[in-house]
Design a protein around this ligand. Structure first.
Ligand code: GLC
Length: 562
């Protein structure tokens, strides 16, 4: 089936974590003026869309994912007039702005919650989930960021518990109340009327809950997502939101959807259902984790065949309807090159550029996280004192209470922690990497002095950054790389990910080595084709005969077939 062309399918997204991008006020925290200052850089990458993590007013318990006023800007980041200039400057450069929409919960400092907790009769009481203490202890619910792992927090003032799937300062909104939904839709109109171009929707399947709060079933095994995600009214709410708000603008939407399996995918993104455009599934982000224990790295290494299967299965899911989103990292994850490639000095360049090649030759909108374009890597803090993330800090406390070995946890966090992906952007080799004149809120990776920075990479024609720009241009020049059908080759090969993309008479072959060793392969299916190399991240000539290849470690090659 022909897929309808749209700007958000052809666009490339660049995600900014505003706290870590560029400080202009000298307080060690990034700000909106900092983003404006770097817009020409972002434009030079060739990307089209910026996804901005939350900049709304917030007491920062979870770095902005705890919003105390949806219509104001966090003081540390600037003012509404800074925001308006950002949007204007972006649009002047033909860049679109996608905001984060965090509406499963607010901050406990939001005035709705301040009112709600005052009395059981307060008009805002029913904006949140409350459980009166006279009914006994509420049924177990797990919280991600709670030091006790308990999502119900007792509030003395009204002798009741409120629900918070994240920290105690992030109470969950009660979407079952139509007034809550109306408030949110009004707020969304407010931003769309300003001209924003879309929303990334935070933990969107969590908004609908069974408000009888049943006891967890016997199958509950510690992973609550299957029991909490996708509540009974989720699709009613998303459809309603679409009809009341989204359908009225030319915008894009992408949901963050933990717990959503492939068989439910089209419920969200089948165009005819009028809900969302895309979503981020969690299958890949769980691949290197220990089963349902999402915080623990698995002991054996993930396999390339597993990685291929995830992408091939999701490609099939969206083969005829819907559209995928391709990403390897974001602000909740460690760095791309450290996790999916190899950040040792000898393999860093090839693996970072190979992974760029992957995202930019797959079907689905590619999302890049700031700093990945220069191959930023995990900082791997040695001590809990260096961490800032509530997720790591509160988990440390929880594990301490449980008597778990904390050194093992710190070792785990060196690979798993979210702070790995939040260190300041590395602009140059000066003391704070050109991020700030003051001590940054989170340590800068020391490798910014060794070439891992924008200024040096801009000057080096073979840098990770310059490869990224070339690869972006290649995708733009070849529409078949955006819309063409994907076909996996060499399914069982554990060293090389090989696939073709085809549209009409445009055909491409992509070879990506995920191996530290040289890899040899034969592709019999290509016997009658002529191969023209469009790009490679390594000067080694990989094509040895008409169908024989030898790839250097982490080499990537894109060929045009005729
Ligand atoms: C999402 C966000 C994450 C945040 C959480 C609670 O998963 O991506 O950063 O901590 O929701 O809002």
């Amino acid at each position: 089936m022909e897929l309808a062309r749209t700007w958000w399918k052809e666009g490339i997204v660049y995600q900014i974590y505003p706290r870590s991008f560029q400080d202009t006020t000298g307080n060690g925290i990034g700000d909106i003026q900092g983003i404006i200052k770097r817009l020409d850089y972002i434009k030079s990458l060739g990307v089209d869309i910026i996804w901005l993590c939350p900049v709304y007013k917030s007491p920062n318990d979870d770095n902005g994912y705890d919003i105390s006023d949806y219509r104001n800007i966090m003081e540390e980041f600037g003012t509404m007039s800074d925001f308006d200039s950002l949007l204007e400057e972006m649009h002047a450069r033909d860049l679109k702005l996608v905001m984060d929409l965090v509406v499963n919960h607010t901050s406990d400092e939001h005035h709705w919650f301040q009112e709600s907790r005052k009395s059981r009769e307060n008009p805002y009481r029913d904006y949140y989930h409350w459980w009166p203490a006279e009914k006994g202890t509420p049924p177990k619910r797990f919280s991600y960021f709670d030091v006790d792992g308990n999502a119900w927090k007792y509030d003395e003032l009204t002798d009741s518990y409120y629900l918070h799937y994240f920290s105690v300062k992030q109470p969950d909104l009660k979407w079952e109340n139509p007034k809550v939904r109306q408030e949110i839709y009004d707020m969304m109109h407010f931003w769309f009327k300003k001209g924003v171009d879309g929303f990334r929707m935070d933990v969107i399947p969590f908004i609908s809950k069974d408000i009888n709060y049943p006891e967890l079933p016997a199958e509950y095994n510690g992973n609550f997502v299957p029991f909490y995600a996708n509540g009974p009214k989720l699709h009613d709410y998303l459809h309603e939101m679409n009809q009341e708000v989204l359908s009225k603008y030319d915008i894009m939407t992408v949901g963050e959807t933990p717990g959503v399996a492939r068989d439910q995918a089209l419920l969200f993104v089948d165009e005819e259902r009028k809900e969302l455009n895309m979503f981020f599934h969690f299958e890949l982000m769980s691949l290197d984790r220990d089963g349902d224990e999402v915080f623990w790295m698995r002991e054996d290494k993930w396999k390339l065949t597993e990685f291929k299967k995830i992408h091939s299965d999701w490609d099939e899911t969206f083969a005829e309807k819907g559209w995928g989103s391709m990403f390897l990292s974001n602000h909740d994850n460690p760095r791309t090159v450290s996790r999916w490639g190899n950040d040792s000095p000898q393999h860093w360049h090839n693996s970072a550029t190979m992974l760029h090649t992957f995202l930019l030759t797959m079907k689905g909108t590619p999302y890049f996280y700031y700093g990945d374009e220069i191959g930023m890597s995990n900082i791997r803090f040695d001590t809990i004192d260096d961490y800032q993330d509530i997720n790591t800090l509160n988990r440390y406390e929880l594990l301490k209470q449980q008597g778990v070995d904390l050194d093992t946890f710190i070792e785990n966090e060196k690979e798993a922690s979210r702070d790995n992906g939040r260190t300041p952007m590395q602009w140059d080799n000066s003391e704070n990497a050109g991020f700030s004149g003051a001590k940054p809120w989170l340590k800068v990776h020391p490798n910014h002095i060794n070439g891992l920075n924008v200024a040096e990479q801009e000057k080096d024609k073979d840098s990770v950054l310059n490869y990224f720009k070339k690869m972006v241009q290649l995708r733009k020049d070849h529409l078949g790389l955006v819309y063409g059908d994907y076909q996996l080759l060499l399914k069982d090969n554990e060293q090389v990910y090989a696939y073709t993309r085809s549209m009409d008479d445009e055909n491409y072959l992509i070879l990506l080595s995920f191996s530290e060793e040289k890899a040899n392969l034969e592709l019999d299916d290509l016997a009658s084709s002529t191969l023209d190399l469009l790009i490679s991240n390594d000067s080694h000539v990989a094509l040895k005969g008409s169908i024989d290849f030898e790839l250097n470690p982490y080499q990537a090659c894109v060929y045009k077939l005729s």
